[in-house]
Design a protein around this ligand. Structure first.
Ligand SMILES: [Zn+2]
Length: 763
């Protein structure tokens, strides 16, 4: 079959009625990846789609799904999965539940008490109901406050305050000559994923870890607390997983394979991702008596929180008894998987998902994102009933078990790894959603697609496009003239790298599937994260109260799914990606120079006696030791492969232009579909079967969550982390393997460009 296809967003002028009777504006650009005609048809379907998401329905879904606590293993978790299944079927999807069996510990015994150094005090470890908030009183169904996958333990030791408990905080402790060996540390939430805090504490010899929510970060210092405002009340506690997901994600007992009923499991006592020491989260009401009992040096200014006390480091007479024991049970997971089969390319899958499990009622996390998924599904189902036939298969997923460690999505993708590697075009994720600005992270080969979609969606509050608002917000947040100049001139806004924070992580890191992760936020006051107060009452009083941004999320993510499913040529673009990779390589080089400068200066100051001269001689102070100068690393392999990717992306851009220069070259759909198969494979080329050094589950060589940051992602992670840890030999090897992945991708993009050019020119 031959047809005329315009392959990029060349602006062709047309003033006509689309097949759906829609008037096409004279200057409306052709959607990237569509022909003149198919773009017109697509715009018609998209307009219909974007008019459908209904704020009243979004509200109704949230009320139903968050009506009772629905953590993994609870009756309402299963009930929700069955309700979701019925909904997808009602919308016309071919849907089923896929079940897995995973390790999910729940608390058996919890205790935090001050046994010495202050008035005897036992922490309440309990969030009280709020009278006007009906679901906050469902205490018999609420999971107690705890950190899942904490080690069991009963420990007593002196208490030491470690600020956020990240590696640099321990350097400050070293300067004060304070060790946490044999101590229980108390860290505040924030600045790193919570699982990093007990990990780093254990590495420094601590025997227990308490994590509390400081009012300065999400309590009364930041605004009115719940229920008068949206911020964390005195007794609010952040639950959460502390599983050491830096090694692998998903069920701790079945790394690399799906946790099916008959899967071979590690023994529970060897579960490698359990913490090394017991850990418990507490409220600031419970933390205040502990923190005020600490003696010893006053903390540096940046360590001060918002409690009306003098923050001190310890250790002193304050001694704490911490007890934490779990029921180590295997619990069922219920993933809901729903499909619309593709009419032309059923073996090319466009995936879209959000989790459905919560720590408690979870109206914000995750239901605010899940309801958008449902409204998209209902709207797409309606389109199908009126004749829309997506070319590719669309797979909608409602994951279970995200909160404990992305269990539902990771076990599913480990089970279906081979088919997904072959067939998955992209995965579009969302999680919590609120009022404000669009946030996007993901694969840079999809950066242009995300920008194009954002330009077409109106912002509910300002009536600008969500893209324009995103750009203007980025401008006011920018910290340099260069950054502002780029924001005004670069055609696309940069998207962030995806970290480990939600279900897209497994698709990206384990399988090398291009992902996009969307969510609105920035205008609501969030202090209820992972507490019993994250519920319908809170959400409808303090967040996206009229669900206008729920609708906007459905429009953004649904439009993305439609373009991926309907395009003639898949809307991957490599110019933004190549440009981004160049910034990564330059970033590593300048980091190397910065490391050298810092160590040189510090060594000089040590020789000059600057550290000791500036320290108060009446206080204990230990100057840092001199460090070896970092060697010059050879970044040439990375530079060469980044340049190869830049050249390949230019070739691909030229091939697109050639096709368009002919006003939409006559291309056989067969050759286009061959190019598409090559495009699907490009992100896979960035993986390496051996994975990253020391964490083989993480196959992607360009993106990964940081070992000491958790959620926060690192670019070219193996190189960056080896440099941070001053392992120069590892860094050299990591440069070689990242360079190879980039070369492989460049070769694939080159091949796709050649194929496309041949299709366009016949040469
Ligand atoms: Zn979530």
């Amino acid at each position: 079959m031959l047809r005329r296809v315009a392959l990029a967003s060349a602006i062709l002028f047309a003033a006509t009625l689309s097949p759906l009777g829609r008037h096409i504006a004279a200057d409306e650009p052709i959607i990237a990846g569509f022909s003149t005609e198919s773009s017109r048809v697509e715009r018609g379907w998209e307009d219909k789609f974007r008019a459908m998401p209904d704020q009243a329905k979004l509200r109704e879904y949230m009320q139903r799904l968050s009506a009772r606590p629905h953590n993994v293993g609870s009756p309402y978790d299963k009930d929700n999965a069955e309700w979701l299944l019925a909904k997808f079927k009602e919308f016309g999807f071919d849907a089923h539940i896929e079940s897995f069996s995973v390790l999910f510990p729940t608390p058996k015994e919890r205790l935090v008490e001050l046994v010495d150094g202050g008035p005897k005090f036992t922490a309440k470890l309990q969030e009280p109901p709020v009278p006007q908030d009906p679901t906050s009183a469902q205490q018999s169904e609420q999971l107690p406050t705890y950190n899942a996958y904490s080690a069991d333990g009963d420990v007593t030791g002196p208490l030491v305050y470690v600020n956020y408990g990240i590696p640099e905080d321990y350097e400050t402790l070293d300067r004060h000559g304070i060790s946490v060996k044999g101590a229980i540390v108390i860290a505040r939430y924030g600045h790193a994923w919570r699982g990093i805090k007990p990990k780093v504490a254990a590495e420094h010899g601590a025997i227990g870890c308490i994590i509390y929510s400081d009012p300065r970060d999400d309590g009364y210092s930041a605004g009115q607390t719940y229920p008068q405002g949206g911020l964390r009340p005195r007794e609010g506690v952040q639950r959460g997983s502390v599983q050491d997901s830096t090694e692998f994600m998903g069920d701790p007992l079945t790394p690399n394979i799906g946790a099916t009923a008959d899967a071979k499991r590690l023994p529970i006592k060897n579960a490698p991702t359990t913490t090394k020491i017991p850990v418990l989260p507490i409220s600031y009401s419970d933390a205040a008596p502990l923190l005020s009992a600490i003696t010893g040096p006053v903390v540096p200014e940046s360590w001060r929180g918002g409690l009306p006390i003098t923050y001190r480091i310890g250790p002193g007479a304050a001694k704490v008894h911490l007890k934490m024991f779990s029921n180590w049970d295997i619990k069922p997971l219920y993933d809901v998987i729903a499909k619309i089969p593709g009419s032309e390319f059923p073996d090319e899958w466009v995936l879209r998902g959000n989790h459905h499990d919560a720590w408690v009622n979870g109206a914000e996390d995750p239901i605010s994102g899940l309801i958008a998924v449902l409204e998209e599904a209902r709207s797409l189902g309606e389109l199908v009933k009126t004749g829309w036939k997506p070319k590719r298969t669309i797979v909608y997923c409602a994951w279970d078990g995200e909160e404990p460690g992305l269990l539902g999505s990771v076990e599913w993708l480990e089970t279906h790894a081979d088919e997904l590697r072959r067939n998955a075009v992209a995965y579009v994720n969302s999680d919590t959603n609120g009022r404000g600005f669009l946030g996007v992270d993901g694969a840079h080969s999809l950066e242009k697609l995300a920008n194009d979609v954002a330009r077409d969606i109106p912002d509910p509050e300002t009536k600008l496009s969500v893209w324009k608002r995103w750009q203007l917000k980025s401008l006011t947040d920018a910290t340099s003239d260069d950054a502002r100049a780029e924001l005004r001139t670069r055609s696309d806004l940069r998207i962030d790298i995806s970290g480990g924070g939600s279900d897209h992580a497994g698709f990206q890191n384990f399988l090398g599937i291009a992902v996009l992760n969307y969510g609105f936020g920035g205008e609501d006051q969030g202090g209820i994260y992972h507490s019993i107060y994250d519920d319908f009452y809170w959400y409808t009083h303090f967040s996206d109260t009229d669900f206008a941004y729920g609708k906007a999320l459905a429009q953004v993510a649904g439009t993305t799914v439609m373009r991926l499913a309907d395009s003639d040529l898949l809307p991957f673009d490599f110019s933004d990606q190549a440009d981004t990779v160049q910034t990564y390589v330059r970033g590593l080089q300048s980091y190397g120079v910065q490391q050298q400068n810092e160590i040189r200066e510090r060594n000089l100051e040590i020789e000059e006696g600057a550290f000791t001269a500036n320290a108060d001689p009446k206080q204990k102070y230990i100057p840092p030791a001199k460090q070896d100068m970092p060697p010059h690393l050879n970044f040439a392999p990375l530079q060469n492969s980044a340049d190869a990717l830049t050249r390949a992306s230019n070739e691909y851009g030229k091939a697109l232009e050639q096709a368009n220069a002919k006003g939409g070259a006559a291309l056989s759909s067969e050759s286009i579909s061959q190019v598409n198969r090559m495009l699907i494979d490009t992100e896979r080329r960035l993986t390496n079967p051996e994975g990253l050094p020391g964490r083989s589950w993480y196959k992607h060589q360009i993106y990964a969550p940081g070992v000491y940051t958790g959620y926060e992602a690192k670019a070219i992670p193996a190189v960056r982390e080896a440099m941070e840890q001053k392992q120069w030999h590892v860094a050299e090897q990591a440069i070689a393997s990242a360079a190879k992945a980039l070369q492989d991708e460049a070769a694939q993009v080159d091949a796709a460009a050649a194929k496309l050019e041949k299709a366009a020119t016949g040469k």
